[in-house]
Design a protein around this ligand. Structure first.
Ligand SMILES: [Ca+2]
Length: 477
């Protein structure tokens, strides 16, 4: 292992469809990236997955701890696993150089990249053997087996109060410093400054995180030999287009260990789609320019459907007698409608008028064991940036702290999440056998699983908690 191995992955793996929640301890090694902050403290920038939408996940997590150990272990297992038909590194390097010319170049050429740009971008590029999640030629891909033995952590582990307070304090300072820019961005894009600043903080420590890797090197290595070659190959081609289009030199294209770029941590496909020049120098510079970085985040959200004038969501209290099994974007109804059932904000404030008459969705990530929410469509736009309920809640909570001096969610996250993923999987299979829709049968308690569990609990005369726990294991067969 190299000394500066990134050790702090974000705590979860956002997944397409949003019906899942990653166990914090499962060793989310998929392209996680981390770096060392300018201040010298280690800042982690989290894993890929949003790559479906061309995004990486953002995240700054507490130093060390179980996640670090898990990633370290996973990197040891995967990065240094014994190939089935071992080939020496020089042999693999040779294959890589040949692959660049005989496989990648024809595709790049076909997509319109010039030979000169291609040559300048890949000049001197070598495989980076220190990246996680590599599958060198001749070696077996990692098994998913560990996953089934992984325990869940409570969603609460995601919301480090210390981390959030730190980000909020810096976020408020920087909001004041960049007030004029943020006002201009709000006028142009309709996205509140606190949302943009919260994402900026979460993704790159407000741009303070260093970007230790050549993005071309990372993307080429992963396109050549990783568990998700096709996705990285698409990103690599996009990165070549960035060079070809004169956005910046390959050498200047610094990124995370997953190839995520600059202060907003865009993958190259997202850069091409969403990055904007907002300081007017003619360059889309999400590395050095704060205005470009902030406006690019806003543009990403607007292009993903951000609704001007609406909040992201509200922590609420669901009264006894109102079922928690009403979660999900497919059960949206006007917030006024939710309100008539007795659902109210924990703050005691009324729902804003603009939100009251528009759609809202119930969200209970820990069932009745944790904070309960009515979220707006903008919550799902935040998930487009990074497909995870907890990520979107983190951003919403951080934004509220920055804008209104808010604090932690009012209800505590219960001590849930002590089950093995394989146990949840067994419960999902039992629910499916009874005719319930649990979404993906994957051992992760996403909203469809929680909702169906709640419905089954109600039907079985059990307390309705909408979250799997050990006591239900024997009952649900
Ligand atoms: Ca610019």
């Amino acid at each position: 292992m190299r000394k500066n191995t990134p050790l702090w992955p974000a705590g979860h793996l956002p997944l397409k469809g949003g019906d899942r929640q990653e166990p914090l301890s499962s060793g989310n090694i998929h392209g996680d990236h981390a770096r060392f902050g300018a201040s010298g403290r280690c800042i982690s920038i989290s894993p890929l997955e949003g790559e479906m939408s061309g995004r990486t996940e953002g995240g700054i997590l507490p130093e060390g701890g179980i996640l670090a150990k898990t990633l370290l272990l996973a990197s040891l297992i995967l990065g240094l696993s014994q190939p089935a038909h071992a080939q020496s590194r020089p042999q693999v390097e040779q294959q890589f150089q040949s692959w660049l010319q005989t496989s990648l170049w024809p595709e790049a050429q076909k997509s319109g990249i010039t030979r000169g740009s291609f040559d300048s971008a890949v000049a001197g590029v070598k495989l980076n053997w220190e990246l996680p999640d590599l599958v060198p030629p001749g070696s077996a891909p990692p098994k998913d087996q560990k996953q089934s033995q992984a325990e869940f952590s409570s969603p609460g582990a995601y919301f480090s109060e210390k981390r959030l307070q730190g980000l909020a304090a810096t976020g408020r300072t920087l909001t004041a410093k960049h007030a004029a820019t943020l006002r201009r961005i709000e006028t142009t894009y309709g996205v509140p400054g606190e949302i943009i600043v919260a994402i900026w903080g979460r993704e790159s420590g407000f741009g303070s995180a260093k970007l230790p890797y050549s993005a071309i090197e990372v993307l080429a290595t992963k396109a050549f030999m990783s568990t998700r070659k096709d996705m990285f190959r698409r990103e690599l081609i996009s990165a070549l287009h960035m060079v070809d289009g004169g956005e910046l030199s390959a050498a200047a294209m610094r990124g995370s260990w997953a190839g995520a770029l600059g202060q907003p941590q865009f993958m190259p496909t997202s850069f091409l789609k969403y990055a904007v020049d907002f300081d007017g120098d003619g360059k889309r510079d999400i590395w050095q320019s704060v205005p470009d970085s902030l406006a690019s985040i806003a543009n990403y959200l607007v292009k993903s459907g951000w609704q001007k004038g609406r909040d992201w969501g509200f922590e609420v209290r669901i009264p006894a007698g109102v079922s928690c099994a009403q979660e999900g974007p497919d059960r949206a109804q006007p917030i006024s409608q939710w309100s008539t059932t007795g659902i109210a904000r924990v703050s005691g404030k009324p729902f804003p008028a603009a939100d009251l008459k528009a759609q809202g969705m119930m969200l209970v990530p820990a069932g009745t064991h944790g904070p309960e929410f009515i979220v707006t469509p903008n919550f799902y736009v935040l998930k487009e940036y990074n497909n995870s309920d907890l990520y979107a809640l983190f951003i919403g909570n951080l934004a509220d702290r920055i804008a209104h001096g808010g604090g932690a969610f009012s209800a505590p996250w219960g001590d849930v999440g002590k089950m093995l993923r394989s146990d949840v999987l067994a419960m999902q299979k039992a629910l499916v056998a009874k005719g319930y829709d649990v979404g993906n049968v994957d051992g992760l308690p996403g909203f469809k699983t929680r909702r169906s569990l709640g419905d089954w609990q109600a039907k079985s005369g059990l307390p309705v908690t909408c979250y799997p726990d050990a006591s239900l294991k024997a009952k649900l067969k």
